[in-house]
Write a protein that binds this ligand. Structure first.
Ligand code: G6P
Length: 361
């Protein structure tokens, strides 16, 4: 994974395409119980997570996983808030920081605060020689390789893969996941790289869609459950590289504000794997459609068959366990942002005003 573009037009698209391989490479050691960081999951009453930007959204997805698989309550906020709010932390608690660079100033300050308050800190980082890796008690490395595009892509999905494996360990150690279930879930997540590879086949359809999205002034993204952070990540990617204003919302919040923005000029991207919340999300989208909203539905075959709504585009992913869907559903939202920005002639690898790593406040 040398830091060269090879045949690709930009680093960002090269890094999007690398994901099946780097996610597989990241999963292997973390699914190996022998190599897992020695954490006392059983003793924890609560887990604290902090991070910035895209890494924060990885942490938000992980909240759903730790709570579901480990029955472990998670408190999470962005590091710029966490570091200053003098949060009371559980005695001998556990803190996870998530960072590609391992150098983000606020996240590093959050790590130091946690250590100073008696927490064991686990750093999920991509750079093993970074400040966070050095200062944390334990490190779970993501093996994304060097990420050059300012907008994070492969580091994000590798963070998700690592956090899923950690949540699985927590579930196992806390007795909420049986050995048999753990084995099945490990196999499920190991199939994700193949599914991400299949998701790349959506690229021509997304390229065509991007021409439409490029005309928008605002784009809204919606999702429920663990798809909600993916909606926020999709919105973040789009605004970062295309400069189109975009917001990610929990679909259930539609009536609490965003519905006021719906009209023919504001595309709505909805991240909706066919899960137990699908029908609720679709009923929100019917409200959007009734107000002339143009919907981009990201779902699977079953979801497409059950949606019964008019869409601007329906992007159909392969069928997968909804639990691991956030990892694979990251791909289409990345491709939407990439192709929209490229069509608009923007510099996707070096977007204006943004830095790869924010090492000062
Ligand atoms: C910057 C980058 C983002 C990244 C965030 C956190 O904003 O542009 O892509 O998600 O920092 O960086 P970290 O290195 O801590 O993951």
């Amino acid at each position: 994974f040398a830091a060269e573009k090879g045949n690709h037009r930009h680093y960002m698209i090269k890094e999007i395409y690398e994901q099946p391989e780097v996610v597989a490479r990241t999963l292997a050691p973390h699914l190996d119980i022998e190599q897992a960081p020695a954490l006392d999951w059983k003793a924890q009453q609560r887990l604290t997570i902090t991070a910035c930007g895209t890494a924060f959204y990885a942490g938000l997805v992980a909240k759903y996983w730790f709570e579901r698989l480990g029955r472990l309550p998670v408190e999470i906020d962005v590091a710029s808030e966490f570091r200053y709010r003098e949060a009371p932390l559980p005695e001998k608690g556990l803190m996870i920081v998530v960072s590609q660079s391992g150098e983000t100033a606020d996240t590093l300050a959050g790590l130091r605060y946690a250590k100073a308050h008696g927490q064991t800190v686990l750093a999920v980082v991509n750079v093993p020689t970074s400040s966070m890796a050095r200062e944390a008690d334990l490190v779970a490395q993501t093996h994304a390789g060097p990420e050059i595009g300012v907008a994070s892509t492969k580091a994000f999905t590798c963070q998700l893969a690592t956090l899923f494996a950690l949540a699985l360990q927590a579930g196992r150690a806390r007795g909420h996941v049986s050995a048999q279930e753990a084995q099945a879930l490990a196999e499920t997540v190991q199939r994700v790289p193949g599914l991400m590879h299949e998701a790349m086949a959506l690229e021509p359809q997304i390229e065509a869609l991007a021409r439409d999205l490029a005309k928008a002034r605002d784009v809204l993204y919606f999702g429920r459950g663990a798809a909600f952070p993916i909606a926020m990540e999709g919105a973040l990617k789009l605004k970062e590289i295309s400069y189109i204003h975009a917001e990610g919302y929990a679909a259930g919040e539609l009536k609490h504000g965003p519905i006021a923005l719906i009209d023919e000029t504001t595309p709505v991207v909805v991240v909706a794997p066919y899960d137990h919340l699908f029908e609720k999300t679709i009923s929100n989208m019917q409200e959007v459609a009734a107000r002339g909203g143009r919907i981009v539905l990201i779902t699977d075959e079953e979801g497409a068959a059950h949606a019964h709504i008019d869409t601007l585009a329906t992007l159909v992913l392969p069928k997968m366990d909804p639990l691991v869907a956030p990892i694979a559903y990251a791909v289409p939202v990345q491709l939407i942002a990439y192709h929209t920005a490229v069509f608009m002639g923007k510099d996707v690898d070096q977007p204006r005003n943004l830095a790869k790593s924010v090492t000062v406040e």
